[in-house]
Design a protein around this ligand. Structure first.
Ligand SMILES: [Zn+2]
Length: 92
């Protein structure tokens, strides 16, 4: 078993998150390689689309496909976690 930032709430530890129950971490039973390749590919695609202002559907977040919003959640969650660790290291 391994743990990652919760892909549903982006590690925000939202108590209403159905994936992590508010822990902000997700537990996985599968080999990371079996999960991460597909996840990485769709997150990469979503990041490029967001960066270039090319969301899959016209309109705001509510109009986008679930995969796109999930992928952006993973991306923003990981960036926020890295920033928190960086700040904690600077304060230590
Ligand atoms: Zn969560």
């Amino acid at each position: 078993m391994w743990k990652s930032t919760c892909p549903r709430c982006g590690g925000s530890a939202d108590p209403s998150c159905e994936r992590c129950g508010g822990r902000g971490e997700a537990e996985w039973d599968r080999c990371p390689a079996s999960v991460s390749k597909g996840t990485r590919e769709f997150v990469d695609a979503a990041v490029v689309l967001e960066r270039d202002g090319l969301a899959p559907a016209p309109g705001a977040g509510g109009d986008q496909a679930a995969w796109f919003m999930d992928a952006l959640g993973v991306w923003h969650g990981e960036r926020a976690a890295i920033e928190r660790r960086r700040r904690a290291a600077e304060e230590a």
